[in-house]
Design a protein around this ligand. Structure first.
Ligand code: MLT
Length: 214
């Protein structure tokens, strides 16, 4: 029986005292159990894995979309706020360090993770984004000269996308990396010889990146 913190979720305490917490975020149609095996990429870490609260034809998601790749940005912003509040509530309830939460999201889960970084900086110390898209344009005036945006300085991000992904173009991946970097994040992009599905090489790069961050 897990606590009611606003999301149906799985929590597994850290095996190593002081280890980071991985926030596991599934893709469309997944649930809170899907990503738990990937917790093995960070041995000893605590695992927090919520189920998205939006249903699309019965499939759980973390926010509404109007069509494939067309997001309901109002809903996305609301849901990112709910997810951030959930992480903070879970840290207090399960007594893990709220300053050491690293997201690992796939597809829809990657998109809510980056939205949460932009909207609630500081809640996530970093994140692995598998098959990620641009969640929304965080600063429509970014083309005009503005003071340096440092809201994500100290935030580390790994984007692992597929070279032949039919739903995420190379341009979109590069744009996501640029938007994150412009906000001060330290971003690494890895290209996999893959489409939208994950491959063993995604896990290998994620494992190495996690070792470097903990
Ligand atoms: C999304 O809706 O977040 C993206 O289209 C990825 C997905 O299919 O879930």
């Amino acid at each position: 029986m897990t606590a009611d913190l606003g999301f149906v979720h799985v929590f597994k305490p850290a095996q190593n005292p002081g280890a980071a917490t991985l926030l596991l975020l599934h893709g469309t149609g997944g649930d809170e159990h899907d990503m738990v095996p990937l917790g093995g990429l960070a041995p000893g870490a605590a695992l927090l894995s919520p189920r998205g609260k939006v249903l699309e034809n019965g499939m759980p998601r973390f926010f509404r979309r109007l069509a494939e790749g067309v997001f309901d940005v109002e809903d996305l912003k609301l849901r990112a706020g709910e997810l951030a509040d959930f992480v903070i509530a879970a840290a207090a309830h399960y007594r893990f360090d709220p300053s050491r939460v690293i997201a690992m999201g796939f597809s829809n889960g990657a998109n809510i993770a980056s939205a949460t970084m932009f909207l609630r900086p500081g809640v996530l110390k970093g994140g692995i984004l598998f098959r990620a898209m641009v969640p929304f344009e965080p600063d429509p005036d970014a083309a005009s000269p503005t003071p340096q945006d440092t809201r994500l300085s100290g935030t580390r991000v790994l984007i692992s996308n597929g070279r032949v992904d039919p739903i995420v173009s190379r341009e979109e991946t590069e744009r996501l990396a640029r938007i994150l970097q412009r906000a001060g994040a330290d971003v690494e992009v890895h290209w996999q010889p893959a489409g939208h599905q994950l491959m063993p090489s995604d896990f290998a790069v994620a494992k190495t990146w996690l070792q470097s961050i903990r």
